[in-house]
Design a protein around this ligand. Structure first.
Ligand SMILES: Nc1nc2c(ncn2[C@@H]2O[C@H](COP(=O)(O)OP(=O)(O)OP(=O)(O)O)[C@@H](O)[C@H]2O)c(=O)[nH]1
Ligand SMILES: [Mg+2]
Length: 416
């Protein structure tokens, strides 16, 4: 039975009544729409793919704009995640879009170095959301949810098979994010090869137990289109923001010496299918589809008994609080340890200063003693010099007196 029929079925004991006039609750859908428009929306896309595989071009093509793009080198020692957030507006609907790119993905010799930073990034976003969610006073309405809503996984158009890095990465992420695989630069692969490649990819994903995002079938308004589109996965995409004249109109395309590949022509590639599915039909499902497993939510307990969401939530909350307490204790211990270390460092510095001061004091005392000794010697010299000068002056005076007397005697004898 369709879900809308279930909703229309009156419950036992509930009587349907007709209204005699207008009441006003028929405005409820409008109220919801107005509230949503006022709040705006947020959507976060993670693009995983090797350097130069066409991630930025596809994002520009999807959102009909030019995002800030940086070309990455193939020599990044490790994968970095670069998140850029933009405010977009279409009619009166505002969308805060975050595009996260894997810079240097696949350029490392060690595969773990390629996927681990991606896993860590996704976990961090969940963690911070969970922390906000578990706060007693939540402010989720103005909290910028940075959890990844959709992950576009760019597969290289080798026409051969998936690389082991693709399988390992998707396997690590499939319980954490909604993975939508796309075959990048699909204009570089022939139609028949592409057909076989798609089948090969899907069978490899299944045999390796990789769960990709399935467009949901529970909403009957979109179930039909979603069923068809699930059969087209992975989408083979071509990106370009270049406008080329085809017939009498300009279309987004890639021009080659032998012809033109039109991005929005469904006979040329699956770009339109991807845009429809990702943006027009399932964006809300992707936004809302909470990967509860990521937070540890399960339908049954270890003994396979069913547990309610509330029980799991409470258990999870308790677990989280215990973890928080543990971390707080660890931080406190770390703080005490750091204070002790700093204290010891300061004491050591003080000791060094003290010994330097003592050394300087000793030096100063030695210098003072040496100077005093010099002063004493100088004073001795000065006093012996004074004595010698006095003796010399006395001698000089005596000799002057003696000479005076001799002159007088000579004069007296001359007159006689
Ligand atoms: N043939 C073909 N070339 C494409 C396609 N999309 C992008 N390119 C070209 O591939 C090159 C790299 O494209 P980008 O979009 O910068 O690739 P990227 O993955 O963002 O690169 P990084 O951010 O440096 O890792 C450019 O020369 C694009 O013109 C496509 O669908 N087909
Ligand atoms: Mg780029």
């Amino acid at each position: 039975m369709a879900s809308s029929d279930v909703a229309r079925q009156p419950d036992k004991g509930v009587r349907p009544l007709s209204l005699a006039g207008h009441v006003g609750f028929d405005s409820l859908p409008d109220q919801l729409v107005n509230k949503s428009i006022c709040q705006g929306f947020c959507f976060n896309i993670l693009c995983i793919g090797e350097t130069g595989i066409g991630k930025s071009t596809l994002m520009d093509t999807l959102f009909n704009t030019n995002f800030e793009n940086f070309e990455s080198s193939h020599f990044e020692p490790q994968v970095k995640l670069r998140a850029q957030t933009y405010d977009l507006q279409e009619s009166n609907v505002r969308l805060r879009l975050t595009v996260v790119n894997t810079v240097g993905f696949g350029d490392q010799m060690n595969k773990q170095e390629s996927y681990q930073p991606v896993v860590d990034y996704i976990d961090r976003q969940f963690e911070s959301y969970l922390q906000e969610e578990l706060k007693i006073k939540r402010s989720l309405h103005n909290y910028h949810d940075s959890r990844v809503h959709a992950c576009l996984y760019f597969i290289s158009p080798s026409g051969h098979s998936l690389k082991s890095l693709d399988l390992v990465t998707m396997k690590k992420l499939d319980s954490k994010v909604n993975i939508i695989p796309v075959i990048a630069k699909a204009d570089t692969i022939s139609k028949s090869e592409l057909h076989k490649f798609k089948i090969k990819i899907m069978s490899e994903l299944v045999s390796n137990g990789v769960q990709i995002y399935q467009f949901p079938l529970d909403d009957e308004t979109v179930a039909k289109v979603n069923t068809t589109m699930n059969g087209h996965l992975p989408f083979a995409v071509v990106g370009s923001t270049e406008e080329v004249s085809v017939g009498n109109k300009m279309v987004k395309a890639r021009q080659y010496p032998w012809g033109v590949v039109q991005v929005e022509n469904e006979n040329h590639c699956d770009f339109v299918k991807l845009r429809e599915m990702l943006i027009c039909v399932n964006m809300e499902d992707l936004r809302e589809r909470c990967k509860l497993e990521e937070m540890g939510f399960k339908d049954t307990d270890p003994e396979c008994k069913p547990v309610s969401l509330q029980q799991t939530y409470e258990a999870k909350r308790q677990e989280f609080l215990v973890e928080l307490q543990k971390r707080e204790d660890e931080m406190r211990q770390m703080f005490v340890q750091r204070v002790k270390e700093k204290e010891a460092e300061l004491k050591e510095a003080e000791r060094e200063l003290q010994s330097r001061f003592e050394q300087l004091k000793r030096l100063h005392a030695d210098e003072k003693a040496a100077l005093e000794e010099k002063k004493r010697l100088l004073e001795e010299d000065q006093s012996s010099f004074s004595k010698r000068r006095a003796a010399a002056q006395l001698l000089q005076a005596q000799s002057l007196t003696a000479n005076g007397k001799k002159d007088k005697d000579r004069k007296n004898s001359g007159f006689m």
